[in-house]
Design a protein around this ligand. Structure first.
Ligand code: CAA
Length: 384
């Protein structure tokens, strides 16, 4: 392995692995059926410091580095992808954005309960007609003395139903393009703020994905995150970290599908021996292991760049692009290796396949990652 992990990183990995396999895994298949949000698990994860891992202890977090965070997130994803997406959004786009752009007051009021896992947070950028192109969003925020009046609908919001506070982007200046978008910290209990349609999804079924509706919702002006016009930058920089999270989540699900496949091919007998003895199967196992290892190196490398405070936008997109495509290939192969059994709900690979499908879509599609990567290469004057 290229990366040598520190003792502390290895300790966090092993602690989360034990917790994840003992507490999260046994109920994951049931949660997939019932769609029950695992509130109790998040409470425990909060106590273990997993809901604000990179937030300093003075704001209720763990003060861990990004490498520890991706190791922990992969371990949770290994057992339950629905649980890991909530952990990912909370840690990266929500907590990191408040830590980076919030005032001292906002950190005390919102970041501390979020990072300690007492409340769940969400991030609302996407709208019915604005997904890959968030600048075309139509939610508005109009200043009225010491308040902003928010109107609009957000779509596909992870934890929309179960969260207590949301970072919401809205237009404060229609004519200013991306510089006319601002971000607001909006508590759930404000008048004029309601949860709309709840999606019935193919995967990640225990994580709620909802519309959020704002009808003349009055938000105190002090709840603006950053300055007026900073919203797009806040969203993009939050997504940089978020994309490392989705890559780590992809890695965890791929490892689970791979381990299940190795176990099954050792046990399943056809043509007089375990199918793992057949060369056609062995080559698939070798290819899967190689793809997973390549993704791991990209995820750790992007996380290490963030920890070194280097610009990591391109590497985060590369990690997200590669790892999310990889896990879709791995989970499809895992089903193939399980044959007819892989197509039934008796085997976890069926759930892994459905859960992984959205990874190439949310927090920026694979096509968007390619735009980010190529834009950054082509605008860099150092490149020939
Ligand atoms: N960090 C900080 N600022 C950034 C940035 C970054 N990574 N990337 C861009 N910016 C800034 C630029 O500096 C620029 O600002 P100035 O003009 O003031 O200098 C501004 O943003 C515009 O930059 P670009 O011209 O490069 O942006 P663009 O418009 O060409 O491209 C895009 C933008 C990459 C296509 C972007 O719109 C994008 O990422 N789209 C996908 C959105 C997305 O990922 N949506 C997923 C929703 S979240 C989700 O899935 C929720 C969930 O719950 C899981």
């Amino acid at each position: 392995m290229l990366f040598s992990l520190t003792e502390e990183q290895l300790m966090i990995q092993s602690m989360v692995r034990e917790f994840s396999r003992k507490v999260i895994a046994p109920t994951a298949a049931e949660r997939d059926k019932t769609k029950e949000f695992p509130s109790k698990n998040f409470k425990q994860m909060g106590e273990l410091g997993l809901m604000g891992m990179m937030v300093p202890p003075e704001y209720g977090g763990e003060g861990a580095d990004t490498i520890s965070y991706v190791l922990a997130l992969s371990e949770i994803a290994y057992s339950c992808a629905s649980t890991s997406v909530v952990m990912s959004v909370q840690n990266s786009i929500v907590c990191e954005s408040i830590l980076k752009f919030g005032t001292e007051e906002q950190k005390k009021k919102f970041l501390t309960p979020l990072a300690s896992g007492k409340i769940i947070g969400a991030f609302a950028l996407t709208e019915p007609e604005a997904g890959s192109d968030p600048v075309s969003q139509t939610t508005t925020a109009v200043k009225d003395k010491d308040e902003y009046i928010i109107n609009g609908t957000k779509r596909f919001i992870t934890s929309g139903k179960n969260c207590s506070v949301v970072i919401v982007t809205a237009k404060t200046d229609e004519a200013a393009g991306h510089r006319g978008i601002s971000a607001f910290l909006i508590p759930k209990n404000l008048k004029g703020f309601s949860v709309g349609h709840i999606e019935d999804k193919m995967g990640l079924r225990a994580s709620d994905t909802t519309d959020l509706i704002f009808e003349n919702c009055r938000v105190p002006a002090e709840n603006i995150l950053g300055k007026e016009g900073d919203g797009f930058k806040i969203a993009m920089s939050g997504l940089d970290c978020g994309r490392i999270g989705i890559a780590a989540q992809s890695l965890g699900v791929a490892e689970a599908a791979f381990d299940a496949s190795v176990k099954y091919t050792r046990q399943r007998k056809q043509f007089g021996c375990a199918i793992s003895k057949h060369q056609g199967i062995r080559w698939q196992i070798a290819d899967m292991a190689t793809q997973i290892e390549a993704a791991r190196q990209l995820v750790l490398s992007a996380a290490a760049m963030k920890d070194r405070k280097e610009k990591f936008t391109t590497q985060a997109s590369m990690a997200k692009l590669f790892a999310s495509e990889m896990v879709n290939q791995i989970t499809a192969r895992a089903i193939q290796l399980h044959g007819g059994y892989g197509f039934t709900k008796d085997y976890d690979v069926e759930r892994y396949y459905r859960d992984a499908r959205v990874f190439t879509i949310y927090e920026g599609t694979s096509e968007i990652q390619r735009i980010v990567i190529s834009n950054n290469i082509l605008k860099d004057k150092r490149n020939p």
